[in-house]
Design a binder for this molecule. Structure first.
Ligand code: HEM
Length: 205
């Protein structure tokens, strides 16, 4: 085994900021939705909007970073081992089977992670941002400012935004479980904090 620097400084900052903002957006968003009361409705709306702009700025920097470093290649779908990976999560993991796909610094995501994270990047986040922006700049038809969306259209936008919120929460729950399935219970978590992970030596050469 060799200690490999796998997650760079910006990558870890981006990951933890994104995690914090998504959870905060879910909390404030579901208060706006009326699911519970904590900050108070008006404060929840304000905080939701501040966090939403912060997430958009973070994502712009992250897009730049992914292209500047070439790390975007980590998300190119790799379909050949996908069956093995699914079988591993359903049965192999409970029988102490080895991980079906080796992790290296040049290929740190397994085929299921590649697909899931790509889906987040090109479907779910764009859906949340576009519906959120439409929600934000929506005005009643009688106002001059903003995009003219009628109250009927706003219903669809609110529905899609809320659906996306449920999907993001489902992702976070699955993600929390899956981070415990590395070499040890906390090896994935530790790697995202320190940047370093113990990987098998020959695969990284
Ligand atoms: C990043 C871009 C986002 C923007 C621009 C945005 C913007 C908004 C706006 C303007 C509202 C309506 C607030 C009001 O009633 O005045 C809203 C509601 C809401 N947001 Fe977001 N949001 C974003 C991301 C998220 C995320 C990531 C989540 C959850 C994980 C989320 C969950 C919700 C929920 C549940 C509601 C209530 C929807 C309803 O009941 O109609 N939002 N958002």
């Amino acid at each position: 085994m060799k200690r490999v620097y796998i997650y760079k400084g910006f990558e870890r900052f981006w990951h933890w900021m994104q995690a914090f903002l998504v959870i905060f957006l879910a909390i404030t968003g579901f208060e706006v939705h009326g699911s519970f009361s904590f900050f108070g409705f008006e404060q929840a709306v304000k905080l939701h909007i501040i966090a939403a702009y912060s997430l958009i700025i973070l994502i712009i920097f992250a897009i730049f970073w992914h292209f500047a470093t070439g790390e975007w290649r980590q998300y190119i779908p790799m379909l050949e081992n996908i069956n093995k990976q699914i079988r591993y999560y359903i049965t192999g993991i409970f029988q102490n089977a080895p991980h079906p796909v080796r992790k290296t610094s040049l290929s740190k995501l397994n085929p299921l992670q590649r697909l899931t994270y790509l889906g987040l990047k090109i479907v779910l986040f764009p859906l949340m941002i576009s519906t959120g922006i439409l929600y934000l700049f929506y005005r009643f038809p009688q106002s001059d400012a903003g995009i003219k969306i009628t109250i009927d259209n706003l219903g669809i936008i609110a529905y899609l935004h809320t659906l996306g919120a449920f999907l993001l929460i489902a992702f976070v729950i699955a993600h929390l479980y899956l981070i415990t399935t590395g070499q040890t219970l906390i090896s994935n978590l530790k790697a995202m904090i320190t940047g370093y992970e113990e990987l098998e030596e020959e695969e990284n050469e």
